[in-house]
Design a protein around this ligand. Structure first.
Ligand code: ARG
Length: 450
């Protein structure tokens, strides 16, 4: 058998459809008409071309080191791959009728360097190749996600700073329960997102394991230096087991989970924004750029940003379910089902990258307007002024005076003396007392830059 292809010495047990047209010789008939579009993944995996070229460059070096390629062959292939990369960067190939990005790169390389291109696939299989490309992409994607989450975290911190002296009702069962600082509410959305960022970082670490050198399933039959490959491609570790390595998508599941929980958190924030921006709650106002109006009902100011975020979270949760269902019950080794993993994780990352900048902008806009939490702030101001005018403690004001100021949440308030006193009493670490919240903000500021 040829040394190109999957590099497994017994062709009958190897994945027979390896290496583009390489398996063509075994079959009398071409691929069925109905099979072609189902088989093709180029539309989805085209975006992996930078990773595919990078992995291929590293593989050329590894084959050279193992004595499989001469220095001259290596140089020609490296130059050829450079040329392929600039063609792909120029937009060529996205609509090609190649099966996937791996066969497309190989095909273009053939156009550049001729039959020598076939040698690139020596000892490598699309199984370890796609696992490598996908992980490289996942590592980049998790960094991009991390940056966007950090942006949203910083916006929440600014919102918290602006709410350090504003009192709003705190809810349980969506019933007004105890007064809290607006900053405390903003920070209650900060910490879940911070944990999401940790999960995204963990997913990066899980992704950072090199599969290349695993071959189709049993390992590469040539003495390639996997440690050198690891360093060159920027992975933290080398996979321990070739058979596991070609089908391990745990990192992708971790990333999909991080995305699903991020979506869950953002949808809860979205729900708060929908409620708080309503006339009934009147606690904040979203900027024009993130709201829509209605020509028929001019009083309306729809919190579309918050609703879209809430809605998009459904996809993120669905993608996790889809990926786990895809992985469940697969027999050992690579199975073609795995081709579906990419569309799922791409959607999770694309969705999160779409939603996060808008969330950030909406939060920043709510601050910049300068009128968040207007109503409750006003009410507090009025009662405090009233108490001052009458020369009494806030807690000694009669109920009627409170009710004359504002009809909302006043019975609870009277029971707990005053909002200020209720809040100040809660100075335990993590509580809503002003000193505790300032300390919390300090911790949050430190954590976000860590
Ligand atoms: N397009 C395939 C995928 O995304 C590449 C691997 C194909 N391997 C194979 N043995 N047919 O999973």
């Amino acid at each position: 058998m040829s040394q190109t292809g999957d590099g497994v010495p017994t062709p009958d047990v190897a994945n027979s459809n390896e290496g583009g047209g390489l398996w063509g010789g075994r079959f009398k008939e071409g691929m069925a008409e109905a099979m072609i579009p189902l088989n093709r993944s180029l539309g989805v995996d085209f975006r992996l071309w930078p990773q595919d070229v990078r992995g291929s460059q590293a593989w050329v070096n590894a084959l050279e080191g193992a004595g499989v390629l001469t220095l001259e062959e290596g140089a020609t292939l490296r130059e050829g791959l450079e040329a392929v990369a600039s063609r792909l960067a120029g937009g060529e190939g996205s609509g090609a009728d190649e099966e996937d990005i791996h066969t497309l790169v190989e095909h273009l390389l053939q156009e550049e360097v001729g039959p020598l291109a076939g040698k690139l696939h020596t000892g490598r299989s699309r199984n370890d190749q796609v696992a490598t490309d996908f992980r490289l992409w996942g590592m980049g994607a998790s960094r991009a996600l991390e940056d966007e989450v950090t942006g949203a975290l910083r916006a929440l911190l600014e919102l918290a700073k602006a709410g350090l002296d504003l009192i709003i009702p705190g809810y349980t069962h969506l019933q007004q329960a105890q007064p809290i600082l607006a900053a405390h509410w903003a920070l209650s959305h900060f910490w879940p997102l911070l944990r999401d960022r940790d999960r995204i970082r963990t997913a990066w670490e899980e992704a950072s394991v090199l599969p290349l050198g695993s071959g189709a399933l049993a390992g590469c039959p040539f003495p390639v230096d996997r440690e050198m490959l690891r360093k060159e491609l920027g992975f933290a570790r080398v996979s321990e087991n070739s058979l596991d390595s070609v089908s391990d998508r745990d990192w992708a599941a971790s990333m999909a989970f991080a995305g699903a929980l991020l979506g869950t958190h953002l949808s809860r924030l979205g729900e708060d924004l929908v409620l708080f921006s309503s006339r009934e709650f009147g606690l904040l106002r979203l900027s024009d750029g993130f709201s829509t109006g209605s020509s028929l009902m001019p009083q309306k100011r729809n919190p579309d940003i918050a609703e879209l975020v809430r809605g998009k979270s459904g996809r993120l949760v669905g993608n996790l379910t889809g990926l786990l269902t895809l992985l469940k019950g697969l027999p050992t080794g690579y199975n073609r089902d795995l081709q579906e993993d990419k569309a799922i994780l791409f959607d999770t990352v694309d969705t999160a990258l779409l939603v996060l900048p808008a969330v950030r902008g909406a939060i920043e806009g709510a601050v910049r307007k300068g009128v968040p939490f207007r109503e409750s702030h006003e009410v507090v101001g009025k009662v405090v002024r009233l108490a001052e005018e009458e020369g009494v403690l806030l807690s000694d004001l009669p109920l009627q005076s409170f009710q004359a100021t504002h009809s909302a949440f006043l019975e609870d308030l009277f029971e707990s003396f005053s909002w200020e006193r209720s809040i100040s009493a809660r100075s335990v670490p993590g509580g809503t007392g002003p000193v505790a919240v300032r300390e919390q903000l300090r911790q949050a500021l430190g954590a976000v830059e860590a």
